[in-house]
Design a protein around this ligand. Structure first.
Ligand code: ATP
Ligand code: MG
Length: 256
C-alpha cells in the first residue's frame, strides 16, 4: 500500500517551482525554485527571518503554499498533507526538539517506527511485526553508534546527543530526502563538530536539505548552498562561490 515508487534516479527527488508564501502582507518566501537529486547534500543559509523555516513548512506540507509548486519524483504534491509526503519518502526534523524526554532512546525510535506503520493504515498486524520494529530500531541505533545508550532516558543525554537522536528518529521512515532545520542549534563547538561527522556518515543515497547557521557544518556537509534573503534565493552554488560572493558578504557583514 506504499505510495513510494522509486524511480531510476534521473528525476529529482524534490523540485520546487516558484514557491511562495505570504502571511498577510509579508512575503516570507518568494519565487523559490530548487532541484534536489538523490544523494545531494544541499544547505539553505540566510539571516534570521529570511524564510528558511517557512520554506521547510511549505515543502513538508505544514503550511499551504500561496503559489508555486512542490514536486517529488515529478509528481505534484503541492496540496498533499504531510503524512502523504512522508509515505512518498520525505522526512524532516524541527528547529525545536521533538523527542519524548521521559522515554528511553530505544522507545523513542520504536515510536517513530510504529508511527510510520500507523500512517500506512495497517489495521492489525501479526505479532512478528513488533519483532521487525525492534530489529529495525536496533539497526538504526547501531548505525548511528547509539546502541550503548539505547536504555538511557532521553533527558539524561547531552544536548548534542539529543539533536543526533532526533535525526535517527527522522530517518526511521527510510526517507529518500531528509530536511534538517538547524541540527546544530544551541550546540557547543565540540558538539557541532560531532554533528558534522554524524551527518557525513548518513546514507549517501539519501538526499539532505539542511538549514544551518553554523558555517563550519554547512561547508563540511553540503556541496551546494543556496542563500535565502527576504524570502528569495539571492545566490546558489558551491561553497567557494558562496564564500566569495560579494552579495552574500554584504548581507552577512553589512559591507558595501
Ligand atoms: N506562522 C506565521 N505567521 C506569520 N508570520 C510568520 C509565520 N511564520 C513565519 N513568519 C514570518 O515569516 C518570516 C520568515 O520566518 P522564518 O521562521 O521562515 O525565518 P527563518 O529564516 O527560519 O529564521 P531563523 O533563522 O530565525 O530561524 C519572518 O518575518 C516571520 O516572522
Ligand atoms: Mg528558522
Amino acid at each position: 500500500m506504499s505510495e513510494k515508487s522509486r524511480t531510476n534516479g534521473a528525476e529529482p527527488v524534490l523540485e520546487l517551482r516558484g514557491l511562495s508564501k505570504t502571511f498577510g502582507g509579508l512575503r516570507a518566501v518568494h519565487g523559490v525554485s530548487l532541484r534536489i537529486m538523490s544523494g545531494d547534500r544541499k544547505a539553505i543559509i540566510g539571516p534570521n527571518g529570511a524564510g528558511k523555516t517557512t520554506l521547510f513548512n511549505l515543502i513538508s506540507g505544514i503550511f499551504p503554499a500561496s503559489s508555486g509548486q512542490v514536486l517529488m519524483y515529478g509528481r505534484d504534491i503541492t496540496s498533499w498533507p504531510s503524512h502523504r509526503r512522508t509515505a512518498l519518502g520525505m522526512a524532516r526534523t524541527f528547529q525545536v526538539t521533538s523527542l519524548f524526554p521521559g522515554l528511553t532512546v530505544l522507545d523513542n525510535v520504536l515510536l517513530a517506527i510504529k508511527g510510520r506503520a500507523a500512517s500506512k493504515f495497517v489495521m492489525w498486524r501479526p505479532l512478528s511485526s513488533y519483532r521487525d520494529a525492534y530489529d529495525k530500531a536496533h539497526g538504526l541505533l547501531e548505525r548511528a553508534a547509539f546502541l550503548d545508550r539505547k536504555d538511557t532516558e532521553v533527558r539524561y543525554l547531552s544536548h548534542g546527543e539529543q539533536r543526533q537522536l532526533e535525526i535517527v528518529v527522522g530517518i526511521a521512515s527510510d526517507p529518500d530526502i531528509l530536511l534538517l532545520d538547524e541540527p546544530a542549534a544551541g550546540l557547543s563547538s565540540g558538539e557541532s563538530a560531532e554533528m558534522a561527522r554524524f551527518l557525513q556518515k548518513l546514507d549517501p543515497k539519501m538526499a539532505l536539505l539542511l538549514i544551518e547557521h553554523d558555517m563550519d557544518i554547512v561547508f563540511d556537509v553540503a556541496s551546494d548552498i543556496s542563500v535565502l534573503h527576504f524570502g528569495e534565493v539571492l545566490e546558489s552554488g558551491s561553497a567557494e562561490r558562496i564564500r566569495s560572493s560579494a552579495k552574500v558578504q554584504e548581507i552577512y557583514l553589512g559591507t558595501g
